[in-house]
Design a protein around this ligand. Structure first.
Ligand SMILES: [Zn+2]
Length: 370
């Protein structure tokens, strides 16, 4: 039954209409997008304020919505796009089976492509649910090095395959949150688990296995199958607005724009933490006002590795702080395990475990003999 004064936007009603179709394809939307939805704050027995109800949260971009993939319970994101768009062509190219297994490919994998009923012009791209890469805050230098390395490798990969991203920024650099979040975050309010209550519970990136970082959103991207030489572009301004050569009338090199945008975005993180100032020279080089004086993606990666090789491995685990930390929801004290784990040089934890296993084995053998 239709709700009088339905609070859902016309963009949201697009998803409401698709609810039964998506369910038949194995994807479940949140209750708000169920055609039989009744706002939970209007249910007579509840009498609660809308802002305390998960189903009061609306989406800001109608093309994007989260869902649960029923076959494994995983959280995914659905994005509607035109079948003839460059965005779809590039996403499928970079996510094709022969590309996905290649080292350095840090582009978001495409899980599925769903053709829409009665709409031959648009499809839904299904991708894993990811979160912005810089929240929660970084704990130590080793975590930052791991993230920056993957983003630089990912840029090398895209450029080697003649794809210019053209909208690199904090909102398009993502991480797999499963390593740091024991319970998934909410799509609309990723600083909560359920969208309404409490503070997120997370653990440090360095306390577990390697975190995967990804580039998303090829909405502004361009693929130059003929190669980078002579590749030019016009217009299309992304998140980073300070790229000096961007113009609607004078052609520019989009690959050099990517270098600037990534340098700018990494600098945004570096500036947050005084202990990361040793990375600023690389960021400035990548943001040189003359595009010809910026490094290529592979030269930037080599420069990064040169800087990292000069860091004492023991200091990679040293916690880093920023001024805003103590006023931030992301601040919390390390657990004892995190302090111990991070005080051990990355790469040597396996050695430590092997040593402990050896000592325990010897103790066992000796006790068995006596
Ligand atoms: Zn750490």
């Amino acid at each position: 039954m239709p709700i009088s004064n339905d609070p859902r936007t016309s963009g949201e009603l697009f998803w409401v209409n698709l609810h039964p179709f998506l369910l038949s394809h194995g994807y479940q939307l949140r209750p708000r997008y169920n055609p039989k939805w009744t706002p939970s704050w209007l249910q007579p027995e509840k009498k609660i304020k809308p802002y305390l109800c998960e189903d009061s949260l609306n989406i800001l971009k109608w093309r994007l919505l989260d869902a649960i993939r029923l076959k494994d319970g995983s959280k995914v994101v659905l994005k509607c796009m035109h079948v003839k768009s460059d965005e779809l062509r590039i996403a499928l190219y970079l996510s094709s089976p022969q590309m996905q297994g290649l080292p350095g490919n840090r582009t978001v994998p495409v899980i599925d492509v769903i053709k829409l009923p009665d709409d031959a012009d648009r499809v839904l791209l299904v991708m894993p649910y990811l979160r912005v890469f810089d929240k929660p805050r970084f704990h130590c230098q080793g975590e930052v090095v791991g993230a920056f390395r993957q983003f630089l490798q990912g840029l090398v990969f895209m450029h080697e395959h003649n794809v210019a991203h053209r909208d690199i920024g904090l909102l398009n650099l993502m991480m797999d949150e499963s390593v740091v979040m024991l319970k998934a975050s909410h799509f609309c309010r990723p600083w909560t688990h359920d969208g309404c209550h409490g503070i997120l519970e997370w653990r440090n990136r360095c306390s577990s296995r390697l975190v995967d970082y990804y580039y998303i959103d090829f909405d502004l991207s361009t693929w130059y199958p003929g190669g980078q030489k002579g590749a030019v572009a016009l217009g299309k301004f992304g998140q980073v607005k300070t790229v000096p050569e961007l113009s609607d009338t004078i052609p520019y090199d989009p690959f050099k724009v990517d270098i600037y945008q990534l340098g700018y975005t990494l600098a945004e993180v570096v500036m947050m933490y005084p202990q990361l100032s040793f990375m600023l020279a690389l960021c400035r080089h990548m943001m040189h006002c003359n595009p010809n004086d910026r490094p290529t993606a592979s030269a930037a990666l080599a420069e990064f590795e040169e800087i990292v090789s000069g860091i004492d491995p023991r200091s990679l685990g040293t916690p880093i702080y920023c001024e805003e930390d103590k006023r931030s929801i992301w601040y919390r004290y390390d657990t004892l395990f995190e302090r111990v784990r991070c005080s051990i040089c990355p790469g040597r934890i396996e050695f430590l475990f092997a040593a402990i296993a050896l000592i325990l084995s010897l103790c066992f053998i000796l006790s068995a003999r006596t």
